[in-house]
Design a protein around this ligand. Structure first.
Ligand SMILES: Nc1ncnc2c1ncn2[C@@H]1O[C@H](COP(=O)(O)OP(=O)(O)OP(=O)(O)O)[C@@H](O)[C@H]1O
Ligand SMILES: [Mg+2]
Length: 243
């Protein structure tokens, strides 16, 4: 069972949207996926129509018992919903490693942890316990400062953690995008991350699908956003050797 922390220090970079839609794309290719919403804002839970349901991420992390994830309407896609209590989560011991051990590896091939945009307990422990980090970023020179800071902070505690950077809300034709692309390609070696080949275009149907509470693959299967998340799922399945 592979565990991926979906993280960026900056807010609004498409972490939750990516967790939902990459999760759904992997699930449609027969991979058994568990999404865990670690953010008190609960965008991921809302985006799948399960906000307010239990057991939540707090139950998973603090009850000391194995809990049953909720099956979503998408086959092979399960969820542990978020909890407003995540804003207050405090812990000095590692809550994540034992909680991840409580998930039966036979039930899931991959766990996607949707982190909040901060380096609080949830994000730090999730990143340390995860096998890899997936870092969605906007492709604008200003956003890249936040990206290098986030990577620097991860490197302080986890120098060898593999980090894959994903360009989201990508607008190919803009000069600004090309400038940011050059910077992203140029700093990959120095900062020790991999820039994923797939990118997710700016696509209104992706944003609408969150409000409609279904993955974009189901809401608008022919949209550019849906195609992009399918390509991403193919790319990471190979790179990460998802069973
Ligand atoms: N490909 C896309 N095209 C258009 N809009 C998008 C796309 N991806 C995400 N969005 C929109 O961008 C906004 C931020 O997305 P999202 O909530 O996934 O970011 P986040 O990084 O999880 O935010 P936070 O840091 O607050 O947790 C949302 O309004 C979402 O609908
Ligand atoms: Mg989010």
């Amino acid at each position: 069972m592979l565990t991926i922390a979906c993280f960026n220090l900056k807010g609004g970079t498409g972490k939750s949207t990516t967790a939902i839609n990459l999760g759904a794309a992997l699930a449609t290719s027969k991979c058994k996926v568990l999404l865990i919403d670690l953010d008190g804002q609960r965008t991921l839970s809302f985006g799948l129509g399960f906000d307010g349901q239990t057991p939540t991420a707090i139950d998973w992390l603090t009850s000391g018992e194995a809990i049953a994830p909720i099956a979503t309407k998408t086959k092979n896609l399960c969820l542990i919903p978020g909890d407003i209590g995540m804003f207050r989560l405090a812990a000095s011991d590692d809550l994540f490693t034992p909680s991840l051990k409580g998930i039966r590896p036979l039930d899931f091939n991959i766990v996607l942890l949707d982190c909040p945009p901060s380096l609080g307990v949830a994000s730090v422990q999730a990143i340390l316990a995860a096998d890899r980090v997936l870092m969605p970023t906007l492709c604008e020179p200003a956003a890249l400062k936040g990206l290098s800071e986030a990577i620097g902070l991860i490197r302080d505690d986890a120098p060898d953690k593999p980090i894959d950077v994903l360009r989201v809300r990508y607008r190919r034709r803009l000069a600004l995008t090309r400038e940011a692309d050059d910077l992203l390609i140029g700093s990959a070696e120095d900062l020790n991350y991999r820039l994923l080949y797939s990118s997710i275009p700016e696509n209104i149907q992706v944003a609408e699908s969150i409000a409609q509470q279904v993955p974009v693959l189901e809401y608008a299967p022919k949209s550019s956003g849906s195609a992009a998340y399918k390509s991403l799922a193919k790319e990471v399945s190979k790179l990460w050797k998802v069973k």
